[in-house]
Structure formats: C-alpha cells, structure tokens
Design a protein around this ligand. Structure first.
Ligand SMILES: *Cc1c(COP(=O)(O)O)cnc(C)c1O
Length: 396
C-alpha cells in the first residue's frame, strides 16, 4: 500500500476523533521523523512533549528490548524489579514521597482527584467536597479529568461532569479566593498551561495559592504532565517557582513513548488518603513501563538534559522574539523553557500545513497559537533550521 492508501484505510477503520495531518510517519532518528515515502521532517512537537530524548535512542531501545525478553507484565498484586527502581528515581527527582504509576496523563489526574477527595472525606466524613480548577486548563479527556478542564467546548457534550468543580483564573488570586468555601478540598492547576495557550503561572500567584491552601488544609495539586520532565529547565516546573504541591501528576515525557504516567504525593497526604482497595490499575506501573521510566530518568541525568534545556531555551526565546518583531501578525511570544507559544492575530492552520510541506512538524494550541514543544535534545542549529522554515511559511 502506498501512503495515500494507508490514510484511506485508517480513515475507514479508526474512529474519527482527530483531523490528522496527511502523512504516515514511519521512523525517527534524533530530532527528525521520516514518513513512509522517506521524506524527512524536523520535529518540533515530539509527539506532544513526549519524546524528550529524541527518536531511536539506542540505550533506551536496548533497555526496553531487554525488559521485553524478561517480563512485560505481572499485575500489581506482585512486586517487580523495574517498578522499584523507577519509583525510587522518580521520588528523588520530584521530591515527592509516594508514587502511583498509571497508563496515561488523564488517569494520573483521576488518581489525584480521588486522593484529594479521600483526604477530605477522612477529615470530616462529608461527601460534597469541591475542587477549584482554572479556566483555560487542560487535564485530559476522561470524565474526571474533563470535569476539571477549563474549556466548556470540551465538556459540554458530555455533561453532567463530576460535581462540585468551580473555576477560577490563573494568576488572579482574588478569583481563587472567591471560589473557596468550607467544602473546598483541592486546587488543581498546571504551573504552565499547555493546551490552553502556553500561560505560565506567576510566582506570586502560586505562593498566594499555596498560602491559602496551607491555612485551610486544602490540597494543592499541580498537573505537570506537559510542563514537567525538564521542559522548563527544571525537572518539575514547581521547582523553578519553589512552590511545592501536595499532589503532582506527571506523564508525557516520563516514559518517552511508552504509555506511562504517575501521580505522586507527600507522605502526609499518602498517610491520610488512598488506602488498600481504594484505587488500582491492571497495567499501571508494569515492568515494561517502569523499565522505560527508569531508563529515561537515567538518561536525563547522564545526558545533562536539564542543563541542555537551560542553554537552548533562551536561544529559542530569542529567535521567536525576533520573528515576532518581524511580523505584525504575531501578537506575542509566551511560555517557559522549551514550552513556547507564538500567538497570532489569525488562525495558524495554514502556516502549520505549509510548514509540514516544507519538512517541519509544528502543532497549535488553540486556533491562533503555534506551540513549540520539541525534543529536549534539540540543538541551536535545529532551532535555526526551524526558524528558517517557519519564517518562509509566515512570509508566504
Ligand atoms: C496531555 C495532558 C494531559 C492528558 O494526558 P493523556 O496522557 O493524554 O491522558 C493532562 N494534563 C496535561 C497538562 C496535559 O498536557
């Protein structure tokens, strides 16, 4: 079958929940992807902030192959070796105390919500606790995660959502205060909003939220699924702000392609929330997924990924700022680290399609924003290459 035939077959078999770009990707090498016809693309999406280490990383691939030959799955009724290593390393880099491995980001958010509700339930026995989430947030597509996602368009067709969710505005502490009641059990937010438009939280805002949460014993949940794993130049974005959450979610780059996420918590929350029988997963944290996590965390350290991001991110910012100054149709650049957005005064679909034709993979965040979430191993030369192509596409 040729590429077009594969696309037609896909469209006749897969549920049409995505308007896909008209290419069939076949293999990857470093920061480049190749389609079935051998056409090469510079990848500034990384499978949506997933493939941090780049494609075809031999050490990563070998670790997975070795684990496949040993043991892929056991269920969580037994211990397994990779889960221990992965949990220990994840605890160390996240500075949290307890880990629960999941299969996806949304599932990590579900677990975080359950932990927060259980914590509040154990305190007062009530079953009407409220959670405050942010407008423009994105936490995933399952019902619980969707319920705290601040985008009515995603939620409405699937209502009713889980109950007692109230929305406030990121970086507007008064809007948060206005939603707090004696039933509030948690505040959930992304330190840098991804899908919702690349909005970084302000440090002062996070400090204020944390202060209120501490005063009222409300749990602070940070969704670090997109902004975590080194993307902002810190292993987790909260470490940049110095504001530590009680519960944290992580996924996307955690397994660098193997589907795995986690929610983590402090010892205090762990002791007073989910207990045996309260939560579970058949696949979550299986030996293959955990072998991936363990190897990814090792490779982050060995390859000085954080240091690399701190070096390349300011360069990406500078290049994007120059582009912004050059074109009137670009309104703003915003983001943190290697998680950036260019805000246009018009839809960006045409630019992204043209870039694809020119061998550059980009993605949007909302209709008017081009999002840049490249592999974290991206070089300055790769950034120059991207800017050249993007510049010509905007020009056209
Ligand atoms: C992608 C994302 C999710 C959902 O993760 P999935 O693995 O797609 O379920 C949740 N929160 C944030 C911040 C994300 O970027």
């Amino acid at each position: 079958m040729n590429m077009q035939e594969y696309i037609e077959e896909a469209e006749s078999a897969l549920l049409h929940t995505y308007n896909r770009y008209q290419i069939v990707l076949d293999r990857g090498e470093g920061v480049y992807l190749y389609d079935m016809e051998g056409i090469k693309y510079l990848d500034f999406v990384a499978g949506i902030a997933v493939f941090a280490l780049g494609y075809h990383n031999r050490e990563y691939n070998d670790a997975l192959k070795a684990q496949i030959d040993k043991l892929i799955h056991t269920s969580n009724y037994y211990y397994n070796v990779p889960a221990v290593g992965a949990a220990k390393k994840l605890k160390a880099v996240s500075e949290m105390d307890r880990v629960f491995f999941t299969n996806s980001g949304a599932e990590a958010v579900e677990g975080a919500i359950k932990a927060a509700r259980k914590y509040a339930y154990l305190k007062d026995g009530r079953t009407d606790h409220e959670i405050i989430a942010m407008n423009h947030s994105f936490h995933g597509r399952t019902m619980g995660a969707l319920s705290v996602t601040g985008n009515a368009k995603y939620r409405e067709p699937f209502e009713p959502m889980i109950g007692n969710i109230r929305f406030a505005d990121l970086n507007d502490i008064e809007s948060v205060k206005a939603q707090i009641t004696d039933k509030t059990c948690a505040v959930i937010l992304e330190p840098v909003q991804g899908e919702g438009g690349l909005f970084p939280a302000e440090e002062e805002f996070l400090r204020e939220v944390k202060k209120i949460c501490q005063e009222k014993d409300i749990l602070l949940i940070f969704d670090e699924i997109q902004c975590g794993m080194g993307r902002t130049g810190y292993m987790y974005a909260w470490q940049r702000y110095g504001v530590k959450p009680d519960i944290m979610t992580t996924a996307k780059a955690l397994g660098c392609g193997v589907p795995v996420g986690a929610f983590l918590m402090t010892e205090k929350v762990a002791e007073h929330s989910l207990a045996a029988g309260d939560h579970g997963t058949t696949y979550g944290g299986n030996p293959l997924a955990c072998a991936a996590v363990e190897k990814v965390l090792d490779l982050f350290e060995e390859n000085h990924i954080i240091e690399k991001v701190r070096e390349t991110a300011p360069y990406l910012e500078k290049c994007l700022d120059e582009l912004k100054d050059k074109y009137e149709c670009i309104v703003e650049r915003r983001g943190l680290g290697l998680m950036q957005g260019l805000v246009f005064d018009r839809p960006v679909g045409d630019i992204i399609n043209r870039a694809l034709e020119e061998g550059l993979i980009l993605i949007n965040a909302g209709p008017d924003i081009i999002r840049f979430v490249p592999p974290l191993i991206i070089s300055k030369a790769n950034i120059d290459e991207m800017i050249d192509i993007l510049d010509s596409c905007i020009e056209a």
